[in-house]
Design a protein around this ligand. Structure first.
Ligand code: NAP
Length: 327
């Protein structure tokens, strides 16, 4: 049996329930993992509130780290006793123990703690595919400017450090002066408090009127229009989330009028569709973390049964860096 954090209907944090579920043996291509820490991500909020619809009842959670207890037929890259971590579909990470597909689970290097592992897989692999693989025409070169919204959040603080390591000038936005200071400390070259400053005007000032080569925008509804106005001609808009709500339908001609812009709406799950791709991305991420170029900040820790409080804090913009649940 396992404690699992479930929803039976979509809604606010009040729909989150603590349940006890039976956990069986892994089938072909699956493992059973006992979590030491479970990651919290904004996608868990979209699953809970129904923005991303999934069958119910549902155990929440897409990210975790723990010890492999058993492996099913055909699983050769993991064995019982291995330390492991993952970002993976389907949800189910908010639990003590679960059975899940092995494909996206990788061995966790000894130098990385379980908490760091649970805090960094979904967020860190996201930064990996954004900054390494979701680049504007001609790529990202040292000195180039990019705009990264919510720069003091879980994904954001990893992005600040990763961009610094690439020599890219990351202009970070955040919702308070304290959060801006944190983003700056983690490698943002410039910061903008978008609660009280006009980020389009500030980006123009910072870039000498040129604008940025790429915008990485997971705030969505509230920042979409301004983000397009921050781009250079031929710039890339990577819209990868909706923390403030989904982006309204777009008139494509706008992209032409604003300078032949490129737009992509990526998701990590396309990037980690195969075991080989997941491992290669994880190796890159682990290298960044074990070399000290990227430090994983776990700023909020909650007992597993307090997952509802974790959602309240995340949605009310009270958190910085990553959050984990501890079973
Ligand atoms: N497509 C993908 O592959 C992918 C993968 C991972 C994450 N994401 C997206 O990346 C974003 C960051 O994820 P995360 O888990 O690291 O969360 P997070 O950044 O730690 O938390 C979300 C942050 O968004 C900002 N925000 C702006 N407007 C908001 C609003 N109306 N309500 C709530 N927050 C608002 C807040 O920062 P400020 O107060 O500083 O504004 C808040 O702290 C999310 O949108 C998530 O869906 C996408």
């Amino acid at each position: 049996m396992s404690i699992a954090i479930q929803i039976r209907r979509t809604g606010g944090p009040e729909v989150i329930e603590v349940a006890e579920v039976r956990v069986g043996d892994p089938g072909a291509g699956e493992i059973r993992i006992r979590h030491q820490a479970c990651g919290i991500n904004f996608i868990d909020v979209y699953h809970r509130n129904g923005l991303y619809a999934l069958p119910l009842p549902l155990t929440l959670g897409m990210e975790g780290a723990g010890v492999v207890e058993a492996v099913g037929e055909g699983v050769t890259h993991l064995k019982p006793g291995d330390r492991a971590a993952y970002a993976s579909q389907p949800p189910g990470a908010y639990s003590e123990v679960r059975v899940m597909p092995a494909k996206c689970v990788v061995k966790l290097p000894d130098a990385i703690s379980f908490e760091e592992g649970a805090a960094m897989m979904l967020k860190g692999l996201t930064v990996q595919y954004l900054l390494r693989k979701t680049q504007p025409q001609g790529g990202l070169q040292p000195g180039d400017f990019i705009l990264f919204h919510a720069a003091a959040g879980g994904v954001g603080l990893i992005a600040c450090q990763w961009a610094r390591a690439m020599g890219v000038q990351l202009i970070g936005t955040a919702g308070s002066d304290e959060k801006c200071a944190l983003a700056l400390e983690h490698g943002a070259s410039h910061v903008i408090n978008y609660q009280r400053e006009n980020f389009v005007e500030r980006v123009k000032q910072i870039t000498g009127g040129r604008g940025v080569k790429a915008v990485y925008d997971a705030v969505g509804k509230d920042t979409w229009d301004g983000s397009l106005d921050c781009l250079q001609p031929f710039g890339l808009m990577a819209s990868y989330g909706n923390a403030s709500g989904p982006v309204a339908p777009v008139a494509l001609a706008t992209l032409g009028a604003k300078g032949s812009l490129y737009v992509t709406r990526p998701t990590i799950f396309t990037h980690i569709a195969t075991r080989e791709a997941t491992q290669a991305m994880a190796d890159d991420l682990f290298g960044m973390v074990t070399s000290g170029k990227v430090k994983i900040r776990v700023d909020q820790r909650y007992a597993l049964k307090d997952a509802a409080q974790a959602h309240v804090d995340l949605e009310s913009r009270r958190t910085t860096g990553s959050s984990v649940l501890v079973p």
